[in-house]
Design a protein around this ligand. Structure first.
Ligand SMILES: [Fe+2]
Length: 207
């Protein structure tokens, strides 16, 4: 049984006239070197046609199964690897993956296409090269037993208030902006959700 995240979605308008329009890639994995096993699955539901120039998810294909091996074969820096579930990769480090056959791919998607990826996979959000808008919803998944009672209460509260959480379904953070005056919560009224969704949030237990 899986719990899922309520980290929301994106409606992105390309802004080619802005200086940082061609934002450089930031290849990363969303797990720590100390958690090299399959732990969290991330998902993207695409809502607008998304071609090669439209920005969005880019993945280093084949990198997730090599994640553990990378850290076994490399010495940790002074102070150890970063402990939170985030690892930013340098070009030099990524060459190790490329030498083992990994290649960048940015899947083209139609409205309704859904992608799941392992949090260990190296990925980033590519900047758009054209003028098309992009719209997608993100959901991440973990076994429901990873959710502590304290986290469950926080998550249900966040859902009821309309707060968006970070990607992790259990170890999430609530960004301060969620509580800001300008943040319009439930702009279209409260959602009605079915039993399966209530179970995945932690509102009602799985049977
Ligand atoms: Fe990520």
């Amino acid at each position: 049984m899986a719990g899922f995240s309520i980290n929301g979605g994106t409606l992105a308008f390309p802004t080619p006239e802005e200086a940082n329009h061609g934002k450089a890639p930031w290849p990363h994995s969303d797990q720590s070197a100390y958690r090299p096993w399959p732990h969290c699955i991330q998902g993207l539901l695409n809502l607008l046609p998304n071609g090669p120039d439209d920005g969005g998810l880019a993945v280093l294909n084949g990198s997730a199964p090599l994640f553990e091996q990378y850290f076994k074969e490399h010495t940790q820096p002074d102070g150890g690897w970063i402990k939170r579930d985030l690892f930013d990769w340098t070009d030099e480090q990524l060459q190790w993956f490329k030498d083992r056959g990994c290649e960048w791919m940015k899947p083209n998607m139609e409205p309704g296409d859904f992608i799941l990826w392992d949090s260990r996979a190296v990925h980033y959000g590519a900047a758009p090269l054209g003028t098309n808008k992009r719209m997608a919803i993100y959901t991440c998944y973990k076994p429901i037993e990873f959710l502590s009672e304290e986290q469950r209460e926080r998550k249900v509260e966040a859902f009821k208030r309309g707060y968006m959480t970070s990607h992790d379904p259990t170890d999430f953070v609530l960004k301060e902006e969620q509580m800001a005056e300008w943040n319009i919560l439930h702009p279209y009224g409260k959602p009605s959700i079915n039993k399966e969704t209530q179970q995945a949030i932690g509102m009602v237990p799985y049977e």
